[in-house]
Write a protein that binds this ligand. Structure first.
Ligand SMILES: Cc1cc2nc3c(=O)[nH]c(=O)nc-3n(C[C@H](O)[C@H](O)[C@H](O)COP(=O)(O)OP(=O)(O)OC[C@H]3O[C@@H](n4cnc5c(N)ncnc54)[C@H](O)[C@@H]3O)c2cc1C
Length: 420
């Protein structure tokens, strides 16, 4: 017997909302249950780097006019990525679009404020997203699944997608053995507005894209600017972040013992973390010391970096997972959100096929999970490897990796082949 689907999504974050947009666009009934009380509850301000996977997924799920809105709201796109020493000497600089290749207008690199991305993804979903709905547990029914919420309410549908991020309760119930572990690496990050004095201090490489400083002793610093390029004039005011100025974000990464802190890092407030970052960068190029010095201490935050551990295949059913709920990863490669968006686009394609009765629902979800596990856990592995390389404390290994980067940099044909 043929029947149309009703898809329940727990979690209205980047992946869940992208899936909802895609299903809506294809005429599939969908409801999103988001824990936050209202759209105004989202105040995250940092930029997010969208890569070709993420941009392609957004293009496939968003209606054309909303995709155009997103592109208009993006900042100046990154054109390069550089590895630098703490003295700001170039180790390796790579063009995002290798010379000689034709840039794809859709599968491209973009920089967008996280708040703006979420607001664009919420646009047009007023009747789809239910706020103040904290998912608690689910029960399988004869022909679907019922989701239960902390306020005592419940909802029944044919499919439940757990998209509630790293602490997913859908995952905890579906795959209780799926682990997340502490990588042992921490990050201390701050944000500084790009006024003319700060702009004058920016390392030259930041004019075209983000950079990663590799310092001795297992310490690194990621730096990226977010700058509106003027073409976002059409962006509605409510989609712009509360303090909409251009800014630089920096993030120090290290194992805790490599940082000169007297108290446990979790106990330090913004000003204490700021003093810590100043003390780490004291002997670095004075531009970096100054950039950290000019950062508002209240913006400085601490984060322990966790990662998912690959999970063996499980039998497909009407409950599935996407994004950080299944394959959370360190931010070292900047691909967590991009992978969540890729999941959303793939799952949407499979669910639309099931909704049109071209394939049965279990097969559709099984096909999605098979593919998602392959690229999702490959992304986890690549992110963990990049994280570990960036905090190498062994002086020999550090020297070898710097020499390797310099060597590749000196051989443009090799460099282009590696990064093509
Ligand atoms: C510092 C940092 C920088 C990063 N930079 C990048 C980058 O540049 N590029 C990139 O690709 N990735 C980046 N990432 C990773 C990226 O942020 C995540 O991978 C991405 O947000 C995952 O999307 P998601 O939809 O799976 O989960 P989320 O975006 O976390 O959304 C989960 C949603 O579920 C809701 N929720 C939680 N629990 C419940 C519940 N019980 N019931 C209902 N709702 C619930 C939450 O409120 C939230 O809205 C970065 C991460 C960090 C920490």
């Amino acid at each position: 017997m043929s029947r149309r689907l009703h898809v329940l999504i727990a979690g209205g974050g980047i992946g869940g909302l992208c899936l909802a947009q895609g299903l809506r666009r294809a005429g599939v009934e969908v409801t999103v249950f988001e824990r936050a009380a209202s759209p105004d509850a989202f105040r995250e301000g940092y930029r997010i780097h969208l890569d070709p996977d993420g941009s392609r997924a957004l293009h496939s799920c968003l209606p054309p006019e909303r995709y155009a809105l997103l592109r208009g709201a993006c900042g100046r796109p990154p054109r390069s990525f550089a590895f630098l020493t703490e003295g700001l000497r170039e180790l390796l600089a790579v063009d995002v679009t290798p010379p000689g290749s034709t840039p794809d207008p859709i599968a491209t690199h973009l920089s967008v404020n996280r708040f703006t991305l979420r607001q664009v993804l919420l646009d047009g979903l007023d009747d789809v997203v239910r706020f103040g709905k904290e998912f608690v547990r689910y029960e399988r029914t004869n022909d679907g699944v019922t989701a239960f919420f902390a306020d005592g309410s419940h909802a029944t549908g044919s499919v439940l997608v757990g998209a509630e991020g790293t602490r997913s309760r859908v995952r905890a119930q579906l795959l209780p053995h799926a682990n997340r572990i502490d990588t042992g690496v921490v990050t201390v990050a701050g944000r500084v507005a790009l006024d003319p004095d700060v702009r004058a201090l920016l390392p030259d490489h930041l004019a075209t894209g983000p950079a990663m400083i590799l310092a001795p002793g297992g310490v690194n610093m990621f730096l990226a600017t977010h700058e509106q390029d003027g073409s976002g004039a059409e962006t509605p005011a409510h989609m712009l972040p509360p303090n909409g100025e251009d800014y630089l974000v920096w993030a120090l990464g290290a194992r805790p013992h490599a940082l000169p802190a007297r108290s446990p890092l979790d106990e330090l407030d913004g000003p204490a973390l700021h003093r810590l970052a100043l003390s780490v960068t004291r002997t670095w190029n004075p531009r970096i010391t100054q950039l950290v010095h000019r950062t508002d201490p209240q913006t400085v935050q601490f984060l322990r970096i966790h990662t998912a551990v690959p999970v063996e295949p499980w039998p497909a059913g009407p409950v599935t997972l996407l994004g950080d709920a299944i394959h959370s990863m360190p931010p070292s490669r900047g691909i967590g959100a991009n992978t969540a968006l890729r999941d959303a686009s793939l799952l949407r394609t499979k669910l639309v096929e099931a909704d049109r009765n071209r394939v049965d629902l279990t097969t559709a979800i099984g096909d999605y999970e098979h593919e998602m596990r392959r690229y999702g856990f490959a992304a986890v592995k690549a992110s963990v490897r990049a994280l570990e390389q960036s905090v190498t404390e062994n002086p020999l290994a550090f020297f070898a990796s710097k020499t390797g980067l310099r060597l590749i940099n000196a051989l443009p044909s090799v460099k282009n082949r590696i990064f093509a």
